[in-house]
Ligand binder design. Structure first.
Ligand SMILES: [Zn+2]
Length: 117
């Protein structure tokens, strides 16, 4: 697979940004650049996000879920019948979206995040 799917690329970019905002605001621990394995790498590596280990796992999890999402176009997660996130990642990603979403709303980027809420 040489070319990236643009929709996936966009969504994973959003996820990366959100988790970065969250991690920067909440976690003081050591952060390092997130790298993906296999298919995820082409989406994750160019993002250049630096996260703590927990957030790194969450981003890789979310990205892998996004890549295997069978819907095109992808519906908002809350309207979707396939609840693909398992706990505890489900609660974690919700918290990230809430936290970072509030910060994005102030910047007027609400449409950006709707599909994840
Ligand atoms: Zn973190």
């Amino acid at each position: 697979m040489a070319t990236n799917n643009k929709a996936i690329e966009h969504d994973i970019g959003v996820l990366g940004k959100f988790i970065q905002i969250y991690c920067n605001g909440k976690h003081n621990g050591q952060k390092s650049k997130v790298k993906g394995n296999g298919k995820i790498a082409q989406y994750i590596d160019p993002l250049n996000v630096e996260l703590c280990d927990d957030c790194k796992k969450l981003l890789l999890y979310a990205a892998s879920k996004r890549i295997i999402c069978p819907y095109d176009p992808k519906p908002a997660c809350k309207d979707c019948t396939t609840h693909c996130y398992a706990e505890p990642n489900k609660s974690k990603i919700r918290e990230v979206m809430r936290y970072s979403g509030m910060r994005m709303i102030f910047k007027g980027s609400i449409s950006y995040i709707k599909k994840f809420l």
